[in-house]
Write a protein of this length. Structure first.
Length: 303
């Protein structure tokens, strides 16, 4: 089994299911409240693990009950938590999530302990990171930490997959150091600085992003699948139509399962088909980590 290292955020999700997402100044009653674990990094790590990967998670949580449970829950999932640290400077990160009846969501995040994941922790994780098949990151941790991992990974010769979410512009040097860039349509616009306009715009932006440095660019399109630009394959890969309950973490599930598939030497098109299936299953379930499917579920869905 090939090892995947995920450097990223861990959080607790406060979910309110409502008829529709409130507009500014609006109160929506009769909500249904659920509390689960989330955080983009943690969601992706869990997806990588449940889809069949050997996973090391590098993250920072608070010295609180949520942080304690975060570590124990990942240990029970078979994820290596030896590089998860607890800080007393901030509590475990928290997200407030509204989910409408149409499955769409609105999210606000308090990063908390996640913003104390720094270079020192990366240095402590060197032996695990430099022996990984792939390193996966997102942007719910300090940008300095992300750029430092990219710098070290380039020295080690380890490919990095980056999902720039929440979306932010990336420096030229960061783009050159990314092996695989995974963006949704909104992220594609922000990272590229271009607007998606017209039928060919996704292909054009993917090509433009590829020219900035990444060897592989993947633009996720929700139920419509994904578009990829790479040496091995360039083109659209169809998605899956399912009845959507909650889209929270669908992108994270895609990235985590994609990382595992690539680390196990599936072709880029096969890996994306696998990740599309995992994400399709996830949107039929409520919550971030509770929605993450296992490998046998994904394979059954594909069949």
């Amino acid at each position: 089994m090939s090892k995947v290292s995920v450097v990223g955020s861990f959080g607790q999700d406060m979910i309110m299911q409502v008829s529709h997402i409130p507009a500014r100044g609006e109160t929506v009653g009769e909500g249904r409240f659920t509390k689960t674990f989330g955080g983009k990094g943690a969601n992706q790590a869990l997806a990588a693990s449940r889809s069949g990967g050997e996973v090391v998670f590098v993250g920072c949580v608070g010295q609180d009950s949520a942080g304690d449970t975060a570590i124990s829950s990942f240990t029970e999932e078979g994820i290596n938590t030896s590089l998860m640290i607890q800080t007393d400077r901030e509590g475990t990160g928290t997200a407030l999530i509204f989910v409408g009846d149409d499955g769409e969501n609105s999210i606000t995040v308090a990063p908390g302990a996640n913003y104390f994941l720094d270079r020192t922790q990366v240095d402590a994780a060197t032996e695990e990171l430099k022996t990984s098949e792939l390193i996966l990151m997102q942007l719910e941790i300090p940008m300095d930490t992300v750029e430092y991992v990219l710098e070290k990974a380039e020295q080690w010769g380890i490919p990095v997959m980056l999902n720039p979410a929440p979306a932010k512009p990336l420096s030229d040097i960061a783009l050159k150091r990314i092996h695989t860039l995974v963006v949704n349509e909104t992220e594609a616009e922000i990272v590229s600085g271009e607007k998606l306009e017209g039928e060919d715009s996704v292909a054009k932006i993917a090509a433009q992003l590829r020219e900035t440095g990444p060897r592989v660019v993947i633009v996720t399109l929700g139920a419509n699948g994904a578009y990829v630009n790479s040496d091995a394959f360039t083109g659209h890969i169809a998605g899956n139509k399912v009845e959507t309950l909650d889209t929270t973490a669908a992108g994270d599930v895609f990235c985590g399962s994609l990382t595992t598939a690539l680390s196990q030497n599936l072709s880029i098109s096969e890996a994306i088909e696998f990740a599309n299936a995992a994400a399709a299953i996830a949107v039929t379930r409520l919550g971030a980590q509770p929605s993450v499917p296992f490998k046998d579920e994904i394979e059954k869905f594909i069949q």
